[in-house]
Write a new protein. Sequence first.
Length: 674
Amino acid sequence: MNKLITLFIVILFCSSYSFSQYYYIPASAAGNPGGLNMDNEYPFGSGLDTSWKVLLPAGSTSPVWSVTDSIPFPFSFNNNLVDQFKVSSSGVLTFDINSTIVPGFGNVTIPDPAIPNNSVMVWGLEGTGSNDNIVTKTFGNLGGQQFWVFFSSYTAGSWSYWSIVLEEGSNKIYIVDQRHSSNAAPAITAGIQVDSANAVMVTGSPSLSNLAGTDPSPNDNHYYEFTYGAQNSLDVSGVELVNYPYLHLNDAPYSLEGVFRNLGIDTISNMKINYSINGASTVTEHITNLNIGSYQDDTASFATPWNPVNAGTYDIAIWADSINGGSDMDNTNDTLHKNLHVFDVSTQRIPLLETFVSSTSQYSVTGNTDLHNILSTNQNDYTLVKYPMSWPSPGDPYYTLEGRQRRVYYSINTVPRIVNNGIVQFNPIGFTQQEFEDAKDLYSFMNLSAEYSVGGQTIDVSVNIDPLCNTTGIWNNLVLQAAVYEKTTYNNSSVNGEIEFYNIMKKMIPDANGTPLSNLSGPNNPTTVNLTYTFNGLYNLPPDSDTPIDHTIEHSIEDFQNLGVAVWIQDVDTKYVLQSAEGSIVTSTFELDEKEIKVFPNPSSEFANIILPLNHSSSTLEIYDVIGNMIYSNKLAESKNNYKINLADFRSGIYQIVISSKDKITTEKLEVYK
C-alpha cells in the first residue's frame, strides 16, 4: 500500500512538473500580436504617444529594479494568479516581487540562479542611456486586453526596442522584437524561467539578435508567443502562399507553392497538403521523405495546377493534415488564406527604382556605378529616384526628412540599397540585367504619364492616370507619389570621391505622404491630378545631415533648369507600386537654348559651380565686381570642365563672370548674398 501511495505521489509530482512549463511559437507574420498596439516606437518624451506611463525612468548606470506595479486585469502565470510585478533595467520582468538581487547586464542561458523564479525576460538589454525608459500601456477591450511593458530606446550596442506583453483571457505572454538602430547588436536571452530547473528560451538565446529593422511602425515587428502547457506532438500551420498575387489569365494554369511550419514537437517525415479555391473542392497530395524539425519550415509545390478560366479575385486556402499519419492536434492554426487576382488585360510596366545612397559611403560609389552601367543600356525604360541618406556620418548634405520618411517606410538600414517597384530590396552592387528585367517584366494594370513645367522657382505637374481595371477590393489605399529631383548635382560631394550625382530627390509633392486616390475604376475612365510647388527662399547647402534643408525658408536646388519629375502610384499597405513614369517637360520660362556655360547655385553665398562645354578650348576665367575690379582669375585647362569657386571673400552683390579664349569671350552674371 505504501509503495502504491509513493508511486502515486511520484506520478503526481512528475505530472505537475511536466505541465508547469511553457512552450513558444515564433510569429508567422510581421506585426504586433493581435494588432492591438499600433503606436509608433519612439523614445519617451521624443515622439512616443503620451499615454504611455513611465515605470522605470532613465538614468541608472547599473542594474536596478523598478517599483512594484499592478497588472490591470486577472492574469495567470504558470497556472497561478499573479497581480503584481517589477522589472529590471537589465530586461527581466518578475512576478517574485520580494526578490532583491538584480540580474546583471551580462546574460547567459537559462535557467540561471541570477534570475528570480517566475520571470519573463529580454535579458541582455541595458537601461544605461539618457532615453532608456521602461514604460507601460494597456490596449484592447475588457476580456481581451494586452498589458505592454515596453523597453523604449534601450541599449544593445545602440538603441533597441523590445516589449514583454501579458494577454488577458488567454494568459499568453509575448516577447516582441520591435525596432533597432542599424548599429544595434542585441544578444538577448528571451524566454521564461519558472524556477531554477524549469525554463524555456527562444532558439538563438543567449545570443538572440533582432529580426525587426529601423521602422518605427509595427509593420516589421516580430514576436514570440509563449503558452502555458504541453506543446502538441503533431501541429502544422500554413505560413505563406508564395505565388505572386497579381496574375495574367494568359499565363494559366498556375503552379501553387506553399510554406508550412512544424509547430509540434515531433519531426515530420510525411504529410498531406491541400488547397481549395473559393471554398470549392479540395485538391490533396501526399508528400514524403520530409525532415521538418520543430519550428522549421518546408516549401512544397502542388503537382496539380490551378487553371482559372475567368479573370477575378480568388480566395486560395492551403493547409496540411495527416501528419506522420496522425491527426493535427491544433486545427485553429492550420489554414492559410490568400487572395490571388487574375487579370485579362495588362500594359508595359515602367519599373520604379528607389535608391538610397550617400556621398559619405564608399560602397555607394560601386553601387551607383553598377546600377548606371545597366541603366545606360535601358534608356527610357525605368523611373529612377535617389534619396541621399544621413549615414555614414556626417551623412550626405542633401539628406532630407522626406527621404528619411521613405527610408523608414521601407525599413532601410544600410546604403547603398535599392527598392524595385516597392516590394523587392537588394544591394545595387553587382546589379544585373536580369534583375532589371525581373523588375520590368512584372505586369502592370495601369497607364501613367506626367508633364511638368518650371517657371522661376515654381514647378507645375500634371499627371494622367488611366486604370485598365477596377482597383476596388484589390488596392484600397492608393496614393500618387511625385518626386522632384535634380538630374545632376555637384555640391553634395563629400568623402567618397564622387563629384557628380544623378536623379537626387529634392522635394516630394506635396510631401512624402503623397496624394490619396479614391478607388480607380477602369477601363476607359482616365483621371488627371494637378500638383504645384514653389521652392522657398534662397539656395542653402546644409553642412551635414544633422541640419537638413528646411523647405519652409530655403531650398537646395543647384540649377532650376536641371529638374526632373518622377511619379508613381503605390498601395500604402502592401507597398506595391502599380506603375511609374518619368515626367516630360512641356515648357519653361528659362532660355531654351543651351548656354555656353552654367553657373549654379545662383544666387549663392558660399561657392559657385561653373560648368563649361566638354569641348572647350584653353581659357581664362575672371570674375569682376560691378565697378570693374577683378576679384578672381584662373587658367582653365581643356581637360577639365567643372570648377568650384569659393565665395568666402566675396561681398554681397552682382558679379560678372568672363571666360576668354583665343577666339571667344563668354559672360555670365553671378549674384552673391551674405
